[in-house]
Design a protein around this ligand. Structure first.
Ligand code: SAM
Ligand code: SF4
Ligand code: FES
Length: 362
């Protein structure tokens, strides 16, 4: 072999070894220091070779800081009426094809009681931005549910400081408000009429009021870059999010983004795993949208950094009507069935179901 060829081969081997070392160094650094810069995050997101190492490192960090317990949150989808028009969402106000519903207070309480009887210690009340649920009505619902001795999470969109304060005083403990994307321009294009600054401000107000604050992002939005996803992860770290929900964007045929490609399970998993490395004590759900793209999605997510699952406890036909995207799991199942199903999946991977309220362990 000529000397030149030899040198050339050596250079390739060295370069690859350097590449291997570099990716593993980044993963090790994240696992030990819980800190990465934007370039390092981008490299991890774009790497195909060492993703399994990344997922394993996230799993180790989860186990080290949070143990093997999985927290279950029972999700009540109490209204699919929304005044907003987010381009990606099936509940957007311009979608005339969806049959709208709004549960009354008694039905919400009934679902809450049933969920408690299945053993849930946290209930999540989620809806479109439906202002039929005024400050007073929400406070009544919250204080009634609070009597059931559960932690309450709200996920009802943007409200005023005064309303957030009243909900907190009525007994709400946590609030989920995904930033969706930290790319302001993309955010305002996809969420017409909404302002990025106001979204960030809502998160600030919620923190200030003492809520456990959850945020998160959609993966695979049109024109979203890996740099933008890296910024999302750094944002979660910057605000020290107590909960972070990451899910693939799944195009809905009844929306303007029907023809988009959507996000992949794998990229959502990478963003989630890196988030775990940087935020070792945050509560991170294995999201429903992940399982929609992959039959074992929630189990894989639980083995790649997640420690929370949010099974649906909405009863009857409403599950199917709360249609953010196609293929949503569990729409024909009952809360009792889902509870048994998810418990089985959790124990099957050697984990246990927590019996406590599931607040963030700092
Ligand atoms: N209206 C509240 C809000 O927007 O914060 C809460 C309910 S909203 C339906 C909950 C989440 O659904 C949003 O934060 C968004 O990330 C997610 N979502 C909406 N459309 C989606 C889609 N097509 N694919 C995946 N997730 C979607
Ligand atoms: Fe409404 Fe939330 Fe859907 Fe946007 S994401 S249209 S605010 S339900
Ligand atoms: Fe609903 Fe498995 S969690 S059927």
């Amino acid at each position: 072999m000529s000397t030149y060829l030899n040198l050339f081969i050596c250079a390739i081997i060295e370069k690859n070894e350097y590449g291997v070392k570099k990716m593993l160094d980044i993963i090790n650094k994240a696992e030990l220091m819980h800190d990465l810069n934007k370039n390092e995050i981008i490299q991890l997101l774009e790497d195909e070779q060492y993703k399994e190492e990344l997922f394993k490192a996230a799993d180790r960090v989860r186990e080290k800081y949070l143990g093997n317990e999985v927290h279950l949150r029972g999700l009540i989808e109490f209204s699919n009426i929304c005044k907003q028009n987010c381009l990606y969402c099936g509940l957007r106000r311009d979608n005339k094809e969806v049959e709208r519903y709004r549960l009354d207070k008694e039905t919400i309480l009934d679902f809450a009681k049933k969920a408690v009887s299945y053993g849930y210690r946290t209930l999540v009340l989620q809806s479109g931005e439906d202002f039929y649920f005024t400050k007073d009505l929400m406070c009544e619902i919250i204080s009634e549910i609070k009597k059931l001795d559960v932690a309450i999470t709200l996920s009802i969109g943007e409200r005023s400081y005064d309303e957030y304060k009243a909900f907190k005083e009525a007994g709400a403990d946590r609030y989920l408000l995904r930033i969706e994307t930290t790319d302001k321009e993309l955010y305002e294009r996809l969420d017409p009429g909404m302002s990025f600054e106001n979204r960030v401000n809502c998160l600030k107000m919620l923190k200030e009021l003492g809520y456990e604050v959850g945020t998160g992002c959609l993966i695979g939005l049109p024109n979203q870059t890996t740099e933008s996803l890296a910024n999302d992860i750094l944002f979660f770290k910057e605000i020290d999010a107590d909960m972070v929900g990451v899910g693939p964007f799944i195009p809905n045929e009844q929306t303007p983004l029907a023809k988009e490609r959507g996000g992949t399970f794998e990229m959502a998993l990478k963003v989630m795993a890196i988030t775990r490395l940087l935020l070792p004590t945050s509560n991170i759900p294995a999201t429903t949208a992940m399982e929609t793209l992959n039959k074992q999605g929630r189990q894989i997510a639980l083995q790649s950094g997640a420690n929370v699952v949010m099974p649906n406890v909405t009863e009857g036909k409403y599950r199917a009507l709360y249609k953010l995207y196609p293929g949503k799991i569990c729409i024909n199942d009952t809360p009792a069935h889902c509870r048994g199903c998810i418990t089985g999946k959790i124990y099957a991977i050697g984990r246990t179901v927590s019996n406590d309220y599931g607040f963030r362990k700092k």
